[in-house]
Design a protein around this ligand. Sequence first.
Ligand code: PMP
Length: 401
Amino acid sequence: VSAFADVPLAPPDAILNLSTMYKSDTSDQKVDLGVGAYRDNDGKPWVLPVVRKAEKQIADAQLEHEYLPIAGLKSFTDAAAVLLLGSDNPAIVDQRVVSFQTISGTGANFLGATFLSRFYPKGTLVLLSDPTWANHKNIFNSASLETQDYKYYDPATLGLDLAGMLSSLQDAPSGSIVLLHACAHNPTGVDPTQEQWKRIADVMQAKGHFPFFDCAYQGFASGDLDRDAFAIRYFIERGFECSIAQSFAKNLGLYGERVGCYHVVTRNAAVANQVRSQIARASRAIISNPPLYGARVASTVLNSPTLLAEWKDSLRFMSGRILDMRAELRRLMLEKGTPGNWDHITSQIGMFTFTGLNPEQVNYMVKKHHIYMTKNGRISMAGLSTHNVQHVAQAIDDVVR
Ligand code: PMP
């Protein structure tokens, strides 16, 4: 008899399961609005031209494949910190930012969770927005941290429940860790305004909460890297120490290369050294040292003024296509006179729209119309194109009526 005979069967991962169903669907009308990956107007993955150029430079340079240091490729992690904080940020100038290369955003969240679980007081709660990226709870719980929800999304307005959020933060134990989506909140597409971030910072400062930013979509929300980093820079300016999990999966289209960083902004350079030494121990146990190839690609782009400028064009292009699809989907809903208010399609931001469709309606979208989307009513806007937006609008109209 197997030692694992009593291992209970875990439920399949909702998103990955959806991809499998999509692939085995033979309808020529099928549309994949599940996974959060950018697609071009023909539904194809898009390799950014700057990535192709960087890859060619790397191939031509005939580099070696030696191990990286535990903290990763320094030319990459330094440039990644500058991208988040701005080169003139006092935290960078004062050398109080600790940066480690990670296995994309997921690895950054996990490394941060591991570090905090060791050095934050035992029993500290991690507060997660309701709803949040499905993996957050899984990650923090895996690192032995307990999680609790804070109010975030208001189904009635399909927008931010600011009052609810502030009172959740107020009511939580002082000194909690608060996971904040830096921009392009997943899954709701609802971000606080700059004014609302200030109110959130006020409460967090009064309560001594620790901000843990998850930044998986910088440049994807507004098309502007600096604007999308507003919340992070603002909290640092207010004097917070904080953690940042950074992913280059979406904004550089390096999904499978697993390119990311975990940063801690500390009070001073001496504390930064202490923190760095302990994160090094933690990361050594998990991955020993991070993978080289994707970091080289990102470093090549981030450190070349020409490629950086071209990347910014691509970001505006990708986010622009998504904005066009938002406008077109909303226009079609209004044209059809579909019951309900569809303003949220254009007021929500980033990769996703929270449509407001309920699980039963979603089921019809999938079964009857071959449109694959998550049960919570989220659609990935990057899966829409001029070829399929009509069909999607028609299907939403059908399931709502
Ligand atoms: N955080 C959020 C909020 C995300 O949406 C994602 C991607 N789905 C990630 C982190 C991490 O993604 P990756 O590990 O591919 O960088």
